[in-house]
Ligand binder design. Structure first.
Ligand code: GUN
Length: 295
């Protein structure tokens, strides 16, 4: 079997076109959605993520307020900037790029963001609402995975889903979202992690495998059931002297071998990545609508 590719770039482009029209309609009413972006330090991967997020905002007409702060920025100054954005009516969403430098308490900063502007969905209020099935900003990467599945016609209802990785940003929220009592979820979910005894024994019986471990080659062909759907959330930089940048991006899945066994698979790059940014745009537009009482 040779797997069909789930084209995240194309699906993202379709959703962004829909969002662009929504933004044009909002602008006609005098409303411009705004995203406040904060990057502390100069981690190369974070710089490229933040740059891509701001470029995506510009492409669909969202205003972005770019704040690139030195790595030595104090927690107090960062909290002051978050508070300023909380009360700025031009800002509908606040994005503090993670990870933050070690001297800053990440949870304290996330807690300072007004939940009505929490477009990353990381605030405990957003997380609590999401877990209990209330309307909330959904965290962008898990939401991206669900959209990729749904827009590719893959049913999750009754499916055995195995997630590899238990991070607060991806694995944990994705497990909750997939187990919700809803026709668009209703999956039976298993979460594997670094202390799981035999990961392959779980992945081998899965209809859908989602890799979010942050480690290349975590999933190989011998771990996958024939015909399974395989989603790769990993983005790992590996040295590649043939590239101008000196590196290339690979996922957590051994794409070459797994694509011979799976029925559908996401590539890296061009799978989950472009969709994650798209869901951030979606949340920002939704926030602008709700700030102006538009349903
Ligand atoms: N770092 C890695 N992924 C993310 C994300 O989705 N949001 C933020 N704010 N930081 C990240």
């Amino acid at each position: 079997m040779s797997a069909k590719i789930i084209n995240g770039k194309q699906i993202a482009s379709d959703i962004r076109a829909e969002l662009k029209t929504t933004v044009e309609n909002l602008k006609a009413k005098g409303i411009t959605p705004g995203l406040g972006v904060i990057l502390v330090g100069a981690d190369p991967a974070s710089i490229s993520y933040v740059t891509a997020k701001e470029k995506a905002c510009a492409e669909i007409g969202i205003y972005s307020d770019d704040n690139r702060l030195p790595a030595e920025t104090s927690e107090k100054d960062l909290l002051a900037l978050v508070n300023k954005m909380n009360s700025d009516p031009k800002i509908n969403g606040i994005l503090v790029q993670l990870p933050l430098p070690k001297h800053i308490d990440e949870q304290k900063v996330l807690l300072a963001i007004d939940p009505v502007k929490d477009v990353d969905g990381f605030h405990p209020v957003s997380v609590g609402k999401m877990v209990t099935g209330q309307k909330a900003f959904l965290p962008c990467t898990p939401h991206a995975v669900l959209q990729l599945l749904h827009r590719s016609g893959i049913k999750t209802e009754g499916a055995e889903v195995v997630i590899v990785g238990r991070s607060n940003i991806v694995g944990k929220p994705l497990a909750v979202m997939l187990m919700q009592k809803s026709p668009t979820a209703n999956a039976t979910v298993t979460v594997c992690h670094t202390r799981t005894k035999d990961i392959a024994s779980h992945t081998k019986r899965a209809d859908i495998v989602i890799a979010a471990a942050g480690k290349p080659n975590t999933i190989t062909a011998d771990m996958i059931k024939e015909g399974a759907v395989v989603i790769d959330v990993g983005i790992n930089r590996v040295d590649d002297a043939t590239k101008k940048s000196g590196y290339r991006l690979i996922g957590d899945i051994d794409f070459e071998s797994v694509s011979k066994v799976a029925s559908l698979i996401t590539p890296v790059p061009g799978g989950v990545g472009p969709m994650t940014i798209t869901m951030l745009l979606y949340n920002t537009v939704e926030s602008a609508k709700s700030a102006n009482n538009i349903i």
